[in-house]
Design a protein around this ligand. Sequence first.
Ligand SMILES: [Zn+2]
Length: 345
Amino acid sequence: MVEYTYSTQIKAPFISSYIEGSYLLDYTVIMIYTYLFQKDVTDCSWDVAHLYEHAFCHAFFDYLSRNDINPGVYGFLNAEAFAHSIFVYACFYNKKAADLFEKFIRINNVSEKSIDKPLAEIGIEDKLSYTIIDPVKFYSQFHSINQAIWTNVSLLKTARYLDKTSLITSPFTKKNSAKSYRDIIISYYIENGTLNENTLMLRWSVMLEDIIRTSLNDDMTCYVTDCSPAYDIEANTIGRTQIMRFLRNVRIQDVQEKVEKTIKTFDVEKNFSYIQDHFNEYSNQPTWRDDPIVYYKFNNIITSNSYINSLATLDNLLLLTSKIRVKVQNYTQASSNHLRKRLDK
Ligand SMILES: [Zn+2]
């Protein structure tokens, strides 16, 4: 635990107004759109359910792109597959994205034609290589999942599955393939930023993480194995780090170039209304109200989510984004120890 003490000249801003104010609870307007859906997949092997879960996410991201929404800025999607059930939890900061999700869930059709990427992705996730050895069985299980309807979990009563193990055999062979993959550390940060730039970076870096991951995933098969909060990567810097797994033959330099290009070409202006929705929601969302504790812990900054929101103007974001640097390195024990040391608060 590293203790940080203020110099006598510096005081936490705004604290006196909270003490003197007549309110202790911030006023909150909730604008986030959240969904939890479940699909019963009892007739399938877990492997195919897992593949379907990944294929669903990719198909939805494609759907967003086709409707002119960058899949890096819509909100977030979390899907999880079990032997008898697939869950999808989705949150949107923006009504257009939420409406598209509602349509997509009703269409309920993920094409089995675009399974190459999801298949490679589950291989990377589990460090295995999957091969379809029984196509008839595979397509029949995939179709059976596709035909099952998505249930809105809010409408469910209760049921218990006695056995969470699927008895249905997998149409895949799985080969241990750890040596086919490599882990790479990707950091993006600003150096010698002003206090306001560092403060804005606390949240902008969260959005950048999604933008970078989505962009990398378009070109290369990859999987995030770990990510950091915003922290001081080196002295006088602030940024975030993510550890991603790639195929063994991917070159560090290619990843570096791709991440740099993604940040450089990301159209802040075109996406600004989505970015604003994100920041507005972020400053209003009750479950993120404790984020300032993390900011203080890792960055020695005391601020509020609403102040961060006030900094998220188009000009500030354009300037901040132009200052971002990228560092990509091979994942080694030494780099992992360095990372852990920086985050050991
Ligand atoms: Zn997975």
